[in-house]
Design a protein around this ligand. Sequence first.
Ligand SMILES: [Zn+2]
Length: 250
Amino acid sequence: MDAALALLVFAPALALGSFLNVVAARLPEGRSLVRPRSACGSCGAEIAWYDNIPLLSYFLLRGRCRSCKASFSARYPAVEIATALLVAACFWHFGLTGEAVVGAYFCAALVVLSAIDAERRILPDLIVLPSFVIVLTANMILAPERWKEWLAASLGASLFLFLALLAYPAGMGMGDVKLALLLGAGLGWTVSVGMMIGMVSALVASSILFARHGLAARKMGIPFGPFLAFGAIVALFVGQPLLDAYLSRF
Ligand SMILES: [Zn+2]
């Protein structure tokens, strides 16, 4: 537990969240992450540095463009605050350790993937696969004695979703199967907890949609990625106690 450290990383993590917004908007379209500078999607006005301060600018401008008053997506502040809170939580929970750095990377990847999946119903390989390799390698270096766990959890989680995809193709896609590789590499055995929470929360959300909109809900097709990400993040922080509590019942 390291509250001071968490406070220290909060502002840089907000800036990281701001960069993840650029990634979420540009990477799926194959645009450069560096150039040009950010501009309003409606009027094309370049966004000045003082209007591009994470979180603060969005609230000062009430989520609107300074020039044309078109409203910006609530995705911008949501991604910034989620990234900052999760990165801070990693350093609070794991202290100044390699685990905290890997956890922060893992959370940041899941935030940007959730934002993209929610908007476009895709989980880009360009983020999922390199992140899988990075997280797997980092965990192999940090905890080499658990190498079988990292590998088995990755492949097992992915195989599980692949079989589920064969059984119920409407529910998800190959993007989710590849995402499970990353989840297993980041979580080890507690990936089971993460997947369970992800599936249950997706089920609850789709039941609510179904209850509200009836058959029309089937066409809305809620993306599975953000729910898997949510389950994985819960598992990252409290997966082990949850798994121990569950296993102690037998
Ligand atoms: Zn504008």
